[in-house]
Write a protein that binds this ligand. Structure first.
Ligand code: ZN
Ligand code: ZN
Length: 168
């Protein structure tokens, strides 16, 4: 890795402040090259959440943390946020009415399965592909596509938040 991108990196002021506080708390002499190197290796993360992650690390760390420790704290916070946000969205769903099937699902298209079944007649149209995307004529069949609600459906979001695996 060349030092060029680090030299030209603008360190977000909020992150600079946070690292400064962390250094004070841990009695660590923080030099500018270290600030820049950390900002560079953490540049893919959201600064506000990153600052909270550093504050979490400051509570328990005995020594200046490795970037991996800060990332771990970040992923924990990110997951907690995703769960809380999904819970809020779930709580905001209208109450279920046993006599009205539409109230049973957040999404009527996929009934909260995240997939919708489409029919393909197997004919190749002017775009030179059948509805399912295959380029040659074939037997009619059904196929599943991801539902448009996938990212926003509160039930699917809650499920993802519960089962999500930490990123390294
Ligand atoms: Zn759906
Ligand atoms: Zn097809």
């Amino acid at each position: 890795m060349s030092s060029e991108p680090i030299a030209s990196l603008v360190v977000p002021p909020e992150l600079r402040r946070t690292l400064g506080v962390l250094a004070l708390a841990l009695n660590h002499t923080l030099e500018e090259p270290q600030v820049r190197a950390m900002a560079y290796t953490l540049r893919d993360l959201d600064v506000a959440l990153l600052s909270r992650a550093c504050a979490e690390v400051a509570k328990t760390a005995l020594f200046w943390p490795k970037v991996a420790e800060i990332r771990e704290a970040y992923v924990r916070l990110e997951r907690a946020e995703a769960e809380a946000s999904a819970d809020r969205a779930l709580a905001a769903l209208p109450p279920m009415d046993p006599s009205d099937w539409r109230s049973w699902y957040a999404c009527h298209d996929c009934q909260d399965t995240s997939f919708v079944l489409l029919e393909c007649n197997g004919l190749v149209d002017d775009d030179r592909a059948a509805r399912c995307g295959r380029p040659r004529e074939h037997e009619a069949h059904r196929f599943a596509v991801r539902c448009a609600c996938y990212l926003t459906n509160p039930r699917l979001r809650a499920e993802r938040a519960r089962t999500r695996v930490s990123r390294p």
